[in-house]
Design a protein around this ligand. Sequence first.
Ligand code: KIV
Length: 274
Amino acid sequence: MSATAPVRPVLPPDIAARKGGVPLVVLTAYTTPMARLVDAHCDIALVGDSVGMVLHGMPSTLGVTLEMMILHGRAVVRGCQKAMPVIDMPFGSYEESPQQAYRNAARLIAETGAPAVKLEGGQHMAETIAFLTARGVPVMAHVGLTPQAVNTLGGYKVVGRDDEAEKVMADARACESAGAFSIVLEKVPVGLAGRITAALRIPTIGIGAGADCDGQVLVIDDMLGMFTAFRPKFVKRYADLGAAADQAIAAYAEEVRTRAFPGPEHGFADQVKS
Ligand code: KIV
């Protein structure tokens, strides 16, 4: 018998029960090694469709496919023992009908092993969220700035200032009523995010939405400083890995060109016995 108790993975009801408690810690992850690092410290590893921009150099998330999400989702699930993987439903995989959403959400869950999906949209997605949750698919909702709607929104702007505030509140309430177990608030003004958090029974997870949310999420490559030029206001950099990688690659290139690398210690002798 093992002396250590098995690790119990976090599941959607555990996340829902964290409302108003210790803030939920969420980071994106797209690969197994990063998922392992995230798993050690976070409650949720979000396989965001930001993977298209972060790892594949796409100009937006609109070109991300279900197959990409399944591939990265599997990699992240392999790296998580405790943290809950949540997989983003990509653009075009759920908006047409609740049936289309169910078919594709079921693939994401069955083919990756993740217990939950995330989708963007408020009141207009409520019927779909209800359809999915009634059929065993836990849904994390996402309102405010919804990057898949970048073309209708006209850019990656703050959503919910002035007259827009009531619509964002109504979107969040509709997702909760439809059965979402938590909700991402992206680039929503701080005061509004606080009011939504106070009004809902499910946890809010903010990104660029202030400190009053029930949790926070960031794109992992942003907070690790992987992109030297990209510095959104809402991202705090906890490391400068982009600059460190640049220095390391430059040093390697210099040493290869000058034959300083490889040194004798990196080679193998011709004979085993001397
Ligand atoms: O795709 C993503 O990474 C996201 C988070 C930024 C919330 O949706």
